[in-house]
Design a protein around this ligand. Structure first.
Ligand code: GAL
Length: 673
């Protein structure tokens, strides 16, 4: 459990660097990320290298005892480079070339840009790769930020047609698998393939999906180009990338295969305001963030990092980029930190050390004001730092928030770890399936497929249980309950691991409903999954928000939200919908042994009820749901977090931190009885 900070030495006079470093140490910071946007200072003109300032800065941080994460500067190609190789610029969906003047203007497919990245990363790795203070490298910065995964450039078109020719034996096969006979979309040659953009009406979903997969692969190969160099020239250093929240435009698991640690950037208030939450949720949580958003991403990226993950950027105060950017409730900076550690984070690092006095992000707060005075987050970070040191050193089981330990650097065996093996509930998250649900507007129920996934996650977390989010190839034996909200494509491998899972499995609507080329299975949905449960989907409908047909079962009255499927099956359903208009009643929820097929997306409170019933059936111990109160267990410890807006009660416990009554923004930690 270490605290970190994002720092831009190139933004500040050199005379202040030593004071910055010593103040970081005083605040309890151990890890500092630098360099990720500094290309124009590292190479002011073509081939003119200027590395001394970075060397001095790393030395300065290192001399203060800080560990350095060095970013590769490839998110910000400088002006001279853009002018030299204009094909590095990406092209947006309207055919406009993206221009210089902010960041992420490059196209992943530009061969020229790839060469330039190889060159600068090699030079940096040679210079700093064995520096004793450099403990990790961050590749680039936030792949995809500002909508930058899909580029419609000529370079992308060329690379896409080559990608297609590697995927399909010949053009006839591609035509056949995409169904190009429909609307005369057949191609005669791979070289003729267009990008799925500016089509009159929707493009062929197979085409759109292929382009999605291609673009995702371009990110992975762009990242690998850097990690190959760094592995060779900077042995022993962790290779990381900082992923984003609520972002699914590429397969993060694939990129993670070439990394050692998954990190992500957590802006709970920015996400709440930006990412389409309803007015009620905005009102409840505008100063705390949605109670499940951080936790969901912690679990997602712990899975992507195969157990190793950090928060690379954590919101310290108001940000500048959402429609509204409120201050966090006092206490939240500390709470968000503890939430991450409770989920097994190795590092929580704040963005940024000192608020920028110029350019784009002047309204984005930091740990310090632009004039170097502490901003409010600094105090909470110092408290958190003392608490994690005490918890790490605490073997006596006594309270740690009223002891006085002066040395924040005191460490012991960290008791908080990613204890994957204890977790009984898993949600399978598939990036391709998520993309397919959006391409086909499958989810119907909510604004995006990811929003539906988040509802499923929330329903689980409101039961007070630990959750793993796992990729499709994860082994499932340890779980008592596995939920599959977006497994649109199911292959033999997934089928086999579902077979090997003795726990309960919930298949959501759309499961197994398409091939990898977006075609309907010959035996209809759920395709291969019929080997687990004898159901056939004969109709899918999506409903307007006012239409909420219900089905009453022995356990609950369930209401549809958006999407419903009609099932043909010899299995007796748990109930029938109330709006069946012919003799042939429309069934709801089919179960065969441990396999459940849920043939509708549900209103949130009904999804809660459904998930809670399945947890109990599966033998998972659940807690009573309370509005903003959330739990997480780690080893022998229980964490409780109150996201508000009301006071919450956690009962009498053996507290290390906190009390039985938690005000909004407060947390408690106790030993399991
Ligand atoms: C992140 C980005 C940072 C900074 C931050 C502001 O998306 O990685 O460089 O812009 O947002 O919140």
């Amino acid at each position: 459990m270490k605290l970190g900070v994002c720092y831009y030495p190139e933004h500040w006079p050199r005379s202040e660097w030593a004071e910055h470093a010593s103040s970081m140490v005083e605040m309890g910071i151990k890890v500092v990320r630098i360099g990720e946007f500094a290309w124009s200072r590292l190479e002011p003109a073509d081939g003119e290298l200027s590395f001394q300032w970075l060397q001095d800065s790393i030395d300065c941080l290192g001399n203060a005892g800080l560990e350095v994460v060095l970013g590769t500067p490839t998110a910000t190609p400088p002006k001279w480079l853009v002018d030299k190789t204009p094909d590095i610029l990406a092209v947006d969906q309207w055919g406009q070339q993206r221009r210089f003047g902010s960041r992420r203007h490059y196209c992943f497919s530009s061969p020229g840009y790839r060469q330039e990245c190889k060159r600068i990363v090699t030079l940096l790795a040679k210079q700093f790769g064995r520096h004793p203070s450099v403990v990790a490298w961050q590749t680039d910065n936030e792949y995809g930020c500002h909508d930058t995964i899909f580029s419609y450039s000529e370079a992308a078109r060329l690379a896409f047609s080559q990608w297609c020719s590697r995927q399909y034996a010949d053009i006839d096969q591609l035509n056949q698998r995409w169904g190009n006979v429909f609307w005369s979309m057949e191609y005669n040659d791979f070289a003729d393939i267009e990008l799925p953009v500016s089509t009159v009406t929707e493009a062929n979903p197979a085409h759109t999906l292929a382009f999605w997969r291609f673009s995702s692969d371009q990110v992975a190969s762009f990242n690998k180009l850097q990690t190959d160099i760094l592995r060779e020239l900077s042995p022993g250093r962790a290779l990381v990338h900082n992923y984003m929240g609520n972002f699914t435009d590429f397969d993060h698991y694939k990129v993670a295969k070439d990394l050692d640690v998954a990190t992500w950037d957590n802006y709970p208030l920015g996400f709440l305001d930006r990412d389409g939450n309803c007015d009620e949720d905005l009102q409840r949580w505008y100063r705390t963030g949605h109670p499940d958003s951080s936790a969901m991403h912690h679990d997602l990226y712990r899975g992507a990092g195969r157990g190793r993950w950090w928060v690379m950027e954590q919101q310290p105060g108001p940000v500048n980029w959402a429609a509204h950017n409120p201050s966090p409730l006092p206490g939240m900076v500390r709470l968000w930190g503890w939430e991450a550690f409770a989920h097994g984070a190795e590092v929580v690092s704040y963005f940024r050390w000192q608020q920028a006095p110029f350019a784009q992000e002047q309204l984005h707060s930091g740990l310090r004001l632009p004039d170097g005075r502490n901003d409010t987050a600094a105090g909470e970070v110092a408290t958190l730092s003392k608490e994690i040191a005490r918890l790490g050193a605490n073997t006596s089981g006594q309270r740690i928030d009223d002891q006085s330990i002066d040395d924040p650097a005191a460490t012991g065996q960290p008791p908080v770890a990613a204890v994957l093996s204890e977790t009984k509930v898993a949600i399978m998250f598939d990036y391709v399936g998520n993309a397919m649900q959006d391409i086909a507007n499958f989810s119907g129920a909510t604004s995006t497929a990811y929003a539906h996934f988040a509802e499923v996650y929330s329903a689980c977390r409101r039961c007070g249980v630990n959750i793993d989010i796992v990729p499709a190839d994860a082994p499932l034996q340890q779980y008592a309950l596995v939920l599959l909200p977006n497994m649109v494509v199911v292959n033999e491998q997934v089928l086999a691991s579902l077979r090997n899972c003795a726990g309960h499995i919930i298949l959501f609507p759309g499961s197994g409903s398409r091939s990898a080329d977006f075609a309907t299975p010959e035996n209809l949905a759920p395709g291969l999954l019929k080997q687990l449960i004898d159901v056939t989907v004969t109709r899918s409908e999506t409903l307007p928000a006012f239409a909420k047909p219900s089905a009453t079962t022995d356990e609950h009255q369930y209401h549809v939200r958006g999407w419903r499927e009609r099932i043909d099956s010899p299995i007796e359903p748990s109930g029938y919908f109330d709006d069946s208009w012919d003799d042939d009643s429309w069934g709801f929820h089919y179960r065969q042994k441990n396999i459940h097929y849920l043939n509708a997306t549900l209103q949130p409170q009904d999804l809660d009820a459904f998930v809670r019933h399945r947890m109990v059936e599966a033998g998972v111990t659940v807690r009573e749901a309370q509005q903003g109160l959330r739990y997480r267990e780690s080893g022998q410890m229980v964490f409780a977090f109150n996201y508000g807006p009301d006071q919450a009660e956690v009962g009498k416990q053996d507290f290390l931190i906190g009390n039985s009554t938690l005000n909004p923004g407060e947390l408690a930690i106790w030993h399991k009885p």
